[in-house]
Write a protein that binds this ligand. Sequence first.
Ligand code: G3H
Ligand code: ZN
Length: 276
Amino acid sequence: MLTPTADIVAAARAAGRGVGAFNVIQLEHAEALVAGAEKAGAPVVLQISENAVKYHGALEPIAQATLAVARASTTPVAVHLDHATDVGLVRHAVLLGFGSVMYDASVMSYVDNVAATTEVVRHCHERGVYVEAELGEVGGKDGVHAPGARTDPDEAAAYVASTGVDALAVAVGTSHAMLTRDATVDFGLIERLRATVPVPLVLHGSSGVADDDLRRAVEAGMTKVNIATQLNKAFTAAVRAHLEANPAAVDTRKYLGAGRDAVATEVARLLAVLGA
Ligand code: G3H
Ligand code: ZN
């Protein structure tokens, strides 16, 4: 069932569990994420990034499909807009019924980030929508890995107080789009952020984090754990294997179905790692 992100994240935080937040690019991703969550008996966040919207050329078709898949699920499913820099896109997601948005002003100066994010929070909160923001840029979105970025706990606490955001993405050693799971996570910093920042913390670039370190990150204080690349690896490997084994294949359902099954299996496994 479609469930507010606020409810899913708050319940996980209270229980000391992680919430898996996985990216939807095609319809098959949404179907696979829900199948995996149902298999794990866990709630899940389906997130659509601004980059995925650019790929499709519009938000509404992929958003309506994702919302429909979420409504039909037997487990709680939230729908979230990921890494939005365009305020118009945030407003559109709110109108469509998303439970949450991530407004990403992390490349801005602190002062500009606070001003822009505060305005987004005002708009979203008036409409009952939960807002995640980012402070301390988690690199890798542009292919440039910058695992050295760090979020300062005191600045993060001040940022949350000034903007009123509901959840905060922090830089603790991860980087987006890593193909190897060997990021060096700063667990001490996660503990300090957890002690200083009053809202749930979000780990981005979690594909680069090994299973044991995902568990430790949740124990140290992370709640929402964003994973995309790891699932694309699973999807593409299964499609590639299917096409290699069936070189005459032409029915897209055969190889996309293999990719969808592989993602569902990996999602169920990751949700178990996160303690769901
Ligand atoms: O917002 C999405 C994530 O941070 C996913 O990052 O592709 O490195 O797992 P990833
Ligand atoms: Zn991210």
